[in-house]
Design a protein around this ligand. Structure first.
Ligand SMILES: Cc1cc2nc3c(=O)[nH]c(=O)nc-3n(C[C@H](O)[C@H](O)[C@H](O)COP(=O)(O)OP(=O)(O)OC[C@H]3O[C@@H](n4cnc5c(N)ncnc54)[C@H](O)[C@@H]3O)c2cc1C
Length: 640
């Protein structure tokens, strides 16, 4: 037998060429459905041109060059000159790509949109629509964006209690500006612990300047001096930082300080010097390598007290509950990108002489990922919209599910508080696990990492995975957030208030089998939460706090997916909702209470599609088309 093909060489033979990624603003149907549901048409009409341009930028060659540059030129610190003298301020050198990506996002409003008046009660939702497009292309600049956005919310809450000539007004304006803006960081974690910051070893001493600019001093002329050692300080290249420190009472207060200060030397020359902030060293991390994260020593850093004295943890919660929404949007943005990459690969790849994109098993893997992503998107935009409404007022024309809460502000706060922790923990953790499937779906090429292809970020799933994994750690680990959710729901009247809300939300699900299933799961879940309302029962309930949190996230995603399908009777949306509710898909199995998630109401027993039907639905879910008549068999057929 002769083989007519010439042998392959380095340059000849089959070289895979996956199709270029598409503009996510115009091709991500899940994202489009979300925006159509959570935003009114006039808002959508206004933002659509910018969204399209931003989405186009996100996958452009120029953006990929910036990402590649940020990946390959990691930040470094230069603290001394060639003679060994220490600089007035440590020189933290970051890449051009990193800086350009930041400017690009800020200009489009990834921070500003959440605070500018234009979109009223919808502003956070609009902001996160842009962040969803930004994060996967930001080379981890989504981190400083999230911290700056959180700081803006925190500072905004203080503005009504300070006079117009107080520096916090300029601070707020700079944080939300689209040009000449300030980036903010928060450095809380110390060696004694990041989850429990009460053991802080940073000390704040009251030492006001004898003369200062105006009545309150400028941002660099605060009344306190802070000293201590901060252990994980991301966005080290920031302008402003929020810091927890103990005052003489021994309680934690929150402070805000610039990283450098303008001073006038003995010769009368103005110069910029470090505000008592010394970079000990940069961290070497598994991912987010573009992002500088440092260990920092504070020596008499001059700072303003922000928020009530000795109430530092409560004050910084305003920030954390915002950055957490950024965390889950980032996770979903990166997962969407990873899925798009895996799908582009499947379109190009042939194996056993058949196209991979219609292999029944491969199709099912991709469909499961799409189904998960859809539910988490609902949870994410539900939580973000609720945050937007609670901060900016409920709109009169709120969609039905939100109008449930509009009349009951107390309930809205209780539900929001439960979901800022739950959505952050569940989406970030589940997405991190889902990345593994995207990587494996590309075979060996999926495993290519930084050292091999730093300047080719377009199809690099490993990079996205490494970066996203950090979202499960910072701003609260999964355990810490599960503990927060359970302690919040079992406190005072919260469980009853939450129960009232969720029972009426479940009642809106029109499909009887789904509604009965969800009712029954909630009844059981509430029973498992209830003992935590008493001190003697809390420890046992906390032992299964993760399962409670994941089951709760599953339940609410099921409600949202069901209502989403109901609103326009979209067949694929119904199938996705059916898979979540009746097949128990959505969250990694063992993370929830499997005995609850996989139970079926009696009316649901006959609702399972055949294997062939399931493959047909898989194709519609993944590719948005019916299974082609020449679809792959998925096995090597015998030659006759
Ligand atoms: C890439 C990266 C960037 C970071 N950037 C910043 C930053 O800019 N600013 C900042 O302040 N911090 C930052 N951090 C630190 C991060 O916030 C902390 O690592 C995190 O809060 C956990 O704290 P820890 O490392 O001290 O772990 P620990 O608190 O010691 O936790 C160890 C383990 O114990 C578990 N645990 C702790 N408490 C409880 C509890 N009550 N119940 C059940 N389990 C518990 C945790 O879930 C975890 O699994 C960053 C971390 C990373 C990885």
């Amino acid at each position: 037998m002769s083989n007519s093909r010439p042998p392959s060489t380095v340059d000849e033979g089959l070289i895979l060429s996956p199709p270029a990624l598409q503009n996510p603003a115009t091709t991500d149907h899940v994202f489009q459905r979300i925006l159509q549901w959570y935003l009114p048409q006039d808002v959508l009409d206004k933002i659509t041109p910018d969204l399209h341009d931003f989405g186009s930028d996100a996958i452009s060659h120029e953006t990929n060059v910036h990402i590649g540059n940020a990946e390959s030129q990691e930040p470094y610190v230069k603290a001394h000159n060639v003679w060994g003298a220490r600089y007035e301020a440590d020189r933290l050198v970051t890449s051009n790509g990193w800086k350009e990506l930041g400017k690009w996002g800020i200009k489009y409003g990834v921070v500003g949109l959440g605070y500018e008046e234009e979109f009223g009660p919808y502003r956070r939702t609009v902001q996160h629509a842009f962040n969803y497009l930004f994060s996967a292309s930001s080379a981890a600049y989504s981190c400083p964006v999230s911290m700056t956005s959180g700081a803006a919310r925190l500072v905004r809450h203080q503005l009504s209690s300070v006079p117009p000539d107080h520096p916090f007004h300029e601070l707020y304006a700079r944080l939300i500006a689209r040009e000449n803006n300030w980036i903010s960081a928060q450095w809380m974690t110390e060696r004694p612990g990041g989850s429990d910051v009460r053991n802080s070893e940073t000390v704040a001493t009251y030492a006001p300047l004898t003369s200062k600019t105006g009545r309150f001093g400028n941002i660099g002329e605060g009344d306190y001096l802070l000293s201590g050692f901060k252990w994980f300080c991301s966005a080290t290249d920031c302008n402003i930082v929020l810091l927890l420190a103990k005052t003489e009472s021994g309680e934690l207060s929150l402070f805000v300080a610039p990283t450098v200060r303008e001073v006038v030397d003995a010769q009368g020359t103005s110069k910029r010097v470090s505000n008592g902030i010394r970079i000990h060293r940069l961290k070497t991390k598994m991912g987010t390598k573009e992002l500088p994260t440092a260990e920092i020593e504070l020596r008499n850093a001059r700072a303003h007290l922000i928020g009530p004295k000795d109430r530092g943890i409560a004050t910084i919660a305003l920030l954390l509950n915002t950055t957490r929404t950024h965390n889950f949007i980032t996770a979903l943005s990166c997962l969407r990108r990873a899925l798009d990459i895996a799908k582009a690969f499947a379109l190009a790849r042939r194996t056993i002489d058949q196209s991979l994109w219609t292999f029944p098993m491969h199709l099912n893997v991709l469909a499961q990922l799409e189904v998960k992503h859809r539910g988490w998107m609902q949870l994410a935009f539900f939580t973000s919209s609720l945050l937007s409404y609670v901060d900016n007022g409920f709109p009169d024309d709120a969609p039905q599910i939100f109008s449930l809460l509009a009349k009951l502000p107390n309930t809205a706060t209780v539900v929001l508080r439960a979901f800022t922790s739950t959505s952050k923990a569940v989406i970030c953790k589940s997405s991190t696990l889902a990345f593994q499937e995207c990587q494996e779906a590309m075979g060996g090429v999926g495993y290519m990492g930084k050292s091999d292809e730093p300047d080719e970020p377009e199809f690099n799933v490993s990079r996205l995975w490494r970066d996203t994994a950090s979202n499960s750690v910072w701003e609260g680990t999964t355990n810490v957030l599960a503990s927060e959710t359970v302690r919040h729901l079992t406190k005072g009247q919260n469980l009853e208030l939450f129960n009232t809300w969720i029972v009426s939300a479940i009642a809106q699900v029109s499909d009887l089998a789904s509604m009965e299933t969800l009712q029954s799961v909630w009844t059981s879940l509430k029973e498992r939460l209830a003992p935590g309302q008493k001190d003697q029962g809390l420890a046992a309930v906390l032992g299964v706090a993760r399962q409670i949190m994941f089951t709760l996230a599953w339940l609410v995603s099921c409600i949202l997916l069901s209502l989403d399908a109901q609103r326009d009777k979209d067949a694929v949306a119904f199938e996705v909702a059916r898979r979540w509710v009746l097949d128990g898909q959505g969250i990694p199995g063992e993370f929830g209470f499997t005995d609850l998630i996989y139970q079926r109401s009696v009316t649901a027993q006959d609702r399972k599609p055949s294997d062939r039907e399931r493959t047909e639905w898989d194709c519609r879910i993944v590719w948005g088309i019916d299974l082609p008549s020449n679809s792959s068999a998925g096995y090597r057929t015998a030659k006759i």
